[in-house]
Write a protein that binds this ligand. Structure first.
Ligand SMILES: NC(=O)c1ccc[n+]([C@@H]2O[C@H](COP(=O)([O-])OP(=O)(O)OC[C@H]3O[C@@H](n4cnc5c(N)ncnc54)[C@H](O)[C@@H]3O)[C@@H](O)[C@H]2O)c1
Length: 350
């Protein structure tokens, strides 16, 4: 079996490669990434790309068809991965996340790929009340990033067939350790603040709901999606991936970090405007479809692994919100140095 993983050089990618390497030890794993965050390695002793059999450095917007020869499954992670980048680069976000994803899926279908797994997002539910949203709930994407996920899902659906199975995994917000760590994710940010300055600064009033999932559990869900049968969910499936027990209020997350790292100060912005991105998600459908792949890593374990990882690399940057651990900062820096153009394409050195 040959599996292509796009966007493998990001935050989630290394966990996905580890999972697939252990589930399919004889398979050929192929990585494909533009490499925006290539040198943002944390404590990894070995370059994560050493675990794939082939690595392509290229842009998914110009995807070369020949890479798909003999590929049986695609895990499509490549994309602009958060709201701040989406807000700053709206058109580029639609190009990469939406148009390029559909182009890739069409090429994959023509090439005889059997299974296409798309990294979608629960953020497409936008603002919701205190009831947990299900897959049947109305979508309310509030940002360019969330809209790109909705458009992609909608255009993927008619491409699905008995021989080209499509699975859109609507992931909760990721957390946990990675060889290419991001600190622009709520739990990771809180643990980094606690380690670096013994302080957690909550930018909202702390009440918004956020469903979370550890990257290892995301990788296990992807493993399931690759191998699921068409009669387990249909030729096209869009499913929330996370766990009912992992819907937290932001301030509860901060307090949970305080239980593992005692003596920290938690400040809440009482004057903050209501956060429109508050949503609670129901994950019953995923549990029913994939009982053996339900989330296993709990909140305390996720906080501990982040703490141990950050302490292990001697992390002490109290200004990390301005650092290279934030995806938008890296892209802005690369642009500022004249390495990326306004469409986020590499400017070739001459
Ligand atoms: N992290 C989360 O909380 C979360 C939640 C739901 C969904 N997702 C989705 O999962 C995927 C991976 O997220 P992540 O957290 O690893 O993000 P990330 O930003 O760390 O990684 C994204 C990867 O995609 C690559 N990429 C971007 N544009 C590309 C292009 N034009 N061509 C080729 N490669 C390109 C980047 O270089 C990067 O390595 C994204 O699609 C994201 O929307 C993430």
């Amino acid at each position: 079996m040959k599996i292509l993983i796009t966007g493998n050089m990001g935050y989630i990618g290394p966990a996905v490669v580890n999972q697939l390497r252990s589930s399919y030890p004889d398979s050929i794993l192929v990585g494909f990434d533009i490499g925006y965050f290539g040198n943002c390695i944390t404590s990894a002793q070995v370059l994560p790309e050493c675990r794939v059999d082939h690595q392509y450095f290229a842009d998914v917007r110009q995807f070369p068809r020949e890479i798909l020869d003999e590929v049986s499954a695609i895990v499509h992670l490549a994309g602009i991965s958060n709201d701040p980048i989406g807000n700053r680069f709206e058109e580029v976000t639609l190009d990469i996340n939406y148009h390029a994803s559909i182009d890739l899926a069409k090429k994959a279908k023509e090439a005889g790929v059997k299974s296409f797994v798309f990294a979608s997002s629960c953020s497409m539910y936008g603002a919701a009340d205190d009831r947990a949203v299900t897959e049947e709930s109305p979508l309310n994407p509030l940002t360019a990033y969330a809209k790109s996920k909705v458009f992609t899902e909608r255009s993927l659906e008619p491409l699905a067939s008995e021989s080209f199975k499509i699975t859109c995994l609507r992931f909760a917000t990721a957390c946990g350790w990675s060889d290419r760590l991001r600190l622009d994710l709520v739990l990771n940010d809180f643990v980094a603040g606690a380690i670096a300055s013994r302080r957690i600064t909550i930018l909202s009033d702390g009440t918004p709901w956020r469903p979370l999932i550890n990257v290892k559990d995301m990788a296990r869900a992807i493993d399931w999606a690759i191998r699921r049968e068409v009669d387990g969910g249909g030729k096209f499936l869009a499913v929330n991936v996370g766990s009912n027990a992992w819907n937290f209020r932001v301030k509860d997350l901060a307090e949970a970090v305080g239980m593992v790292i005692p003596g920290i100060d938690i400040s809440i912005n009482k004057d903050a405007q209501p956060d429109k991105r508050s949503y609670k998600v129901n994950f019953d459908f995923f549990r029913k479809l994939a009982p053996a792949y339900h989330a296993r890593v709990d909140l305390t374990e996720s906080i501990r692994e982040l703490k141990n990882g950050l302490e292990g690399m001697g992390f002490h940057d109290g200004e990390f919100r301005n650092s290279r651990y934030m995806r938008l900062n890296i892209l802005t820096e690369l642009q500022g140095k004249g390495l990326l153009n306004e469409r986020l394409q590499w400017i070739k050195a001459r």
